[in-house]
Each structure stands twice: as structure tokens, then as C-alpha cells.
Design a protein around this ligand. Structure first.
Ligand code: FAD
Length: 382
């Protein structure tokens, strides 16, 4: 698996990182990065070998994703959305559907997005869907409003969460459907204009009575409930490790090459700076190790144990990213606020990690609960 890590590392440094500033400034889907990822075969990172994919284990996933995100956080975050859907298809799609969709990832560079969040609902405690789906002959019709739809302008398919008309609840009514992004009746708004993660193209999407073919329904109603969704948090952890690494590398390079008028040496020779770099190195290493643990153990742990270490890892990674980026700005002084340096982007992107589910205050609550021997919720959407 090392070769995939090396490939992602190279791609990230040579192609993805140099484009990150423009992707952020223009707030657009990084299509050129996705062309490169597809060409390199990395879109099939989580597709099993039996379907012609790479079949990466969780630790490789974390490492590869952190390399991609180090180059461009938005590119990394949406890579996690795509890979999560690969994982869900593996768990609930019919064999013929797996063959088809994974074949398209491999052969055509198909990209999947997860269209779940809704403007009027919070999924903090439970999934409360208002997007509805009704029967229409052998197929269905989908209607509703979604927001935070990452990959809205880049995905080939929208893996959408909806509620079947007339159902009593999620168990008999939650229907996941794979809608081709070009289907008639889909309206993609142009409303993603945020502090950070600007290249995720997480615009709102409105479904206006959109036709869904029978073969596009994934699993029986409610079949995704209770399935393993840990890839979401695992991937977020990796993304923020990537930002932390980028901020750390920036700091080290800045200190090594900066020498102001009147100084005999570069900043690297100043004791205070060395100490700061030492502290940041510890913080990064701490977060890395915390991320490697669920990466290595996922699949071999019970839900509560996995939830415990995943919430720790997600918290540590996102806080490390924020802290390293903020310290990077302090090191640069006023220059650090300039868009000509990448460090202010790292801080803006890192802020998304703190609030994205499970939000960091929620991570603390969950870890505390489990540490106290109480049962914590183990599902977090998105
Ligand atoms: C960069 C980015 C990309 C995203 N991509 C996607 C995507 O591809 N697909 C997708 O579906 N979603 C996506 N999301 C959406 C995300 O997963 C969340 O659904 C979205 O952020 C809404 O959740 P929220 O953070 O606003 O929290 P909410 O759950 O809306 O809560 C907002 C605040 O209210 C508090 N709160 C909520 N309920 C209660 C309560 N009962 N009691 C007390 N306090 C409460 C919460 O603690 C929080 O502080 C993305 C978000 C971001 C930032």
C-alpha cells in the first residue's frame, strides 16, 4: 500500500497544492485535481480489489487522504464524501449495482456525493428528513431541498437520503437513491460562499419531482440504519491532519528562510522560534498518532470503543490544525494575514473541522460519556 501513499504525496505536492490558492479564491470544484486523482487510479482507493479497485485498508486511507488534504483541504474533504459512498455501496447495494458503480469509478472517473443535510433540520440527535420520495410506476419521484451538498457541481451521482411517502418512520421509510447529477428537475443553487472549505462546492440542491429509476434505489428502506458510518469521522480526521501538516511545513520553511534586516541569522536560529516549532511538532505528532489508532483498529473494535477513539482523533486533529495554523499566523505577524501566504487559508479551512459533525464540543461529550461508562450515540451523519 506504500506505493499509493507515495503516489498521493507526489500528486499532492506537484499538482494539487499549487492549485489550492485559486480553488479557494474562486470557490469552485477542483475539477483538474479530480481528473488527476482519477488518472492516478486513486478515486478507486476504497473500491475492493475484487471490483478492480485498490482496496485500501483504513490506515492507508487515512494516510493517503491526509496527503491529498495537505495539498488542498477542499479536495481532501470531498474525497472523503466520495469514498464514504463507496463504503456505503459496499454495505447495502446489490452486487449488480456495485459492479456498475465501481466500474464507473474505475473506468470513467465517476464521483459520488452524499446529499443528506437539510436546511430546516439538525441531525445532531436524530436523522429528521423532509426530502420525500413517492412511487411513480416502477420507479419513484424525489422532491425536497438539501443544503451543504459537497461536490454539487462535480459529482456524477448524488447519493441522496429521502423519506418514502406514507412511511411510519426511518426504519420503513429511509430510502437512499443514486441520482445522476444531470437528471431533469435537479436545481443546483450557487450559494456556497463560506469562510473555509470554499472549493468543496457545497451548494444547495433542490429536487423538483425528479424521476428515480428502480435500479437507482440502493438497498431496502432503512437498510443503511445501523451500518458502519465511521469512515466519515475517520476521513475528517485525516483531512485535518493534512491541514496541520501543511501549516507545520509552512512554519518550518518560513522560519528557515526568513531573515529580517539587522538579523545575523534566520528565524530558525532564534531560541523562542525553535521552542515553538518543537511544541508544534509535538502537537502534530499527537494528532497523527491519534488518527493512526482508529485507522489501524477500525473493523476490530466494538462500536463504543471505536466511537471513543474516533471522537478523540477527530477532536485532536481538528484542534491541532486550528492551533498550528493560528500559530503560523502569529509567527509571520501581519504578513500572515495576507492571501499571498497559504497560512490564512489553512486557518479558515481548519475552522470547518471544529464545527463539522461530530462538532468538537460533541466529541468531548461523547468521549466523556464513554469514559464514565455510559452509552454514547455511535452514529454521526456527515
Ligand atoms: C465544509 C462542509 C461540507 C459539508 N458537506 C456536506 C455534504 O457533502 N453532505 C451533507 O449532507 N452535509 C454536508 N455538510 C453539512 C454538515 O454535515 C452538517 O449537516 C451541517 O453542518 C449542519 O450541521 P450544523 O453544524 O449546522 O449543526 P446543527 O445540527 O444544525 O446544529 C447547529 C447548532 O445547534 C446546536 N443544536 C442542534 N440541535 C440542538 C439541540 N437539540 N439542542 C441543543 N443544541 C442543538 C448544535 O450543537 C450546533 O451548535 C457539510 C458541512 C460543511 C461545513
Amino acid at each position: 500500500m506504500q506505493r499509493w501513499v507515495e503516489l498521493a504525496d507526489r500528486l499532492s505536492r506537484e499538482k494539487i497544492a499549487p492549485r489550492a490558492e485559486a480553488v479557494d479564491r474562486e470557490g469552485r470544484f477542483p475539477s483538474e485535481n479530480y481528473r488527476d486523482l482519477a488518472e492516478a487510479g486513486l478515486l478507486a482507493l476504497m473500491v475492493p480489489e475484487a471490483f478492480g479497485g485498490i482496496g485500501a485498508d483504513s490506515l492507508t486511507y487515512v494516510t493517503v487522504l491526509s496527503k491529498i488534504a495537505r495539498g488542498c483541504a477542499s479536495t481532501g474533504l470531498i474525497f472523503n464524501m466520495h469514498s464514504a459512498i463507496v463504503d456505503f455501496l459496499l454495505q447495502i447495494a446489490a452486487p449488480g449495482q456495485q459492479e456498475r458503480y465501481f466500474g464507473e469509478v474505475r473506468g470513467k472517473g465517476a464521483i459520488f456525493s452524499s446529499i443528506t443535510s437539510e436546511p430546516g433540520s439538525s441531525f445532531r440527535d436524530k436523522l429528521a428528513l423532509r426530502t420525500s420520495i413517492r412511487r411513480d410506476g416502477a420507479g419513484y419521484r424525489l422532491s425536497g431541498k438539501k443544503h451543504f451538498c459537497s461536490l454539487s457541481t462535480g459529482a456524477t451521482y448524488y447519493f441522496t437520503w429521502s423519506l418514502l411517502n406514507g412511511a411510519k418512520g426511518l426504519e420503513d421509510g429511509l430510502l437512499n437513491v443514486m441520482v445522476p447529477s444531470g437528471r431533469e428537475g435537479i436545481e443546483v443553487l450557487d450559494d456556497w460562499d463560506t469562510l473555509g472549505m470554499r472549493g468543496t462546492a457545497s451548494n444547495s440542491i433542490h429536487f423538483h419531482d425528479v424521476r428515480v429509476e428502480p435500479g437507482e434505489v440502493i438497498g431496502a428502506p432503512g437498510s443503511i440504519l445501523g451500518k458502519d458510518m465511521s469512515i466519515w469521522s475517520l476521513g475528517y480526521t485525516a483531512v485535518y491532519i493534512g491541514i496541520a501538516e501543511a501549516a507545520y511545513e509552512f512554519r518550518v520553511n518560513y522560519a528557515r528562510k526568513t531573515r529580517f534586516h539587522g538579523m545575523d541569522t534566520t528565524l530558525a536560529h532564534v531560541d523562542r522560534i525553535q521552542r515553538q516549532i518543537g511544541e508544534m511538532s509535538m502537537l502534530l505528532e499527537n494528532a497523527r498518532r491519534a488518527a493512526e489508532k482508529p485507522g489501524a483498529l477500525r473493523g476490530n473494535l466494538g462500536r463504543q470503543e471505536l466511537t471513543f477513539i474516533l471522537n478523540q482523533a477527530k477532536y485532536l486533529a481538528t484542534e491541532a490544525a486550528k492551533e498550528l495554523a493560528e500559530q503560523g499566523i502569529r509567527l509571520c505577524g501581519g504578513r500572515g494575514l495576507s492571501r499571498s501566504l497559504p497560512i490564512e487559508r489553512h486557518l479558515r479551512d481548519a475552522m470547518a473541522g471544529v464545527v463539522m459533525p461530530p462538532a468538537n464540543d460533541r466529541c468531548l461529550e461523547t468521549v466523556g460519556k464513554i469514559a464514565l461508562g455510559l452509552e454514547a450515540k455511535t452514529l454521526e451523519f456527515q
